[in-house]
Design a protein around this ligand. Structure first.
Ligand code: ADP
Ligand code: MG
Length: 238
């Protein structure tokens, strides 16, 4: 159970204002996609939600509680990045187990959680391999497995598929949608890819120049774009 409210979030780097009064709510178990061109502020916003970056103004509220000042590890959030950030010298098992080792979880519990995540992600027969022996899609699944074992309230994804080739990206879209249903989790997914947004989202946030252009269901944006930008952006998939 997790709702996420972004309340009047502003962010400036020096004199450059990159987020303008972002104010919206993500529902429990919703899959919301933030889509917009490169440089529009998507990663910055995710990093603020995760607690890796501080907002200049505004609040992050999870399940009704203000977490704006909470440590990243205390927010119940887990973030999956575009670069997989796996440890090349560790096995798949140990890569997935890493956050649980840090948390000093006893071995039997740790093993059970890693095996469960590996089952969900179809990595059961890969647990002894090293990341270098895996395909790009499998590596991305290991990174997701590392998120799952922490049992976060909210998953954040920052362009997790953009390093994959087109065919694999299609497969992974389907897998991530299935994962969303299976885990029954709230997910916030960032991409610059309109097709990804249209096919995966319950609702889409269109960002442009650090501002929300529109927030709504894919078909709502498609049929009733609020701005010229949305009409052009959603109407012209790459
Ligand atoms: P996106 O993920 O949508 O491509 P980003 O959130 O990475 O966009 O960046 C938004 C804007 O903020 C860009 O203009 C970028 O150059 C700027 N920016 C991001 N991080 C920093 C930083 N640490 N210092 C200064 N400017 C930054
Ligand atoms: Mg980015």
């Amino acid at each position: 159970m997790a709702t996420l409210d972004l309340e009047h979030i502003d962010k400036s780097f020096g004199s450059a204002r990159v987020l303008h009064d972002i104010h919206l709510s993500v529902r429990d178990r919703e899959f919301v996609v933030f889509v917009g061109p490169s440089g529009c502020g998507k990663s910055t916003l995710l990093r603020i939600i995760a607690g890796l970056e501080e907002a200049t103004k505004g609040r992050i509220v999870i399940d009704g509680a203000d977490v704006s000042d909470a440590h990243p590890l205390d927010r119940g959030i887990s973030m999956v990045f575009q670069s997989y950030a796996l440890y090349p010298h560790l096995s798949v098992f140990e890569n997935i187990a890493f956050p649980l080792r840090v948390a000093k979880l006893p071995d039997p519990e740790l093993r059970a959680k890693v095996e469960k995540a590996a089952g969900i992600l179809q990595l059961t027969d890969k647990l002894k391999l090293k990341p270098g022996q895996l395909s790009g899609g499998q590596r991305q699944r290991v990174a997701i497995g590392r998120s799952i074992v922490r049992e976060p309230r909210i998953f954040l994804f920052d362009e997790p598929l953009s390093n994959l080739d087109a065919a694999l990206r299609g497969d992974m879209r389907v897998e991530l949608s299935q994962l969303h249903k299976q885990l029954d989790a709230t997910m916030v997914y960032v991409t610059h890819d309109q097709v990804e947004a249209m096919t995966m989202a319950d609702r889409i946030v269109v960002l442009n120049g650090g501002r929300v252009e529109q927030f709504g269901a894919p078909m709502e944006l498609y049929h009733h774009p609020a701005t010229k930008f949305v009409a052009g952006f959603i109407g012209q998939p790459n």
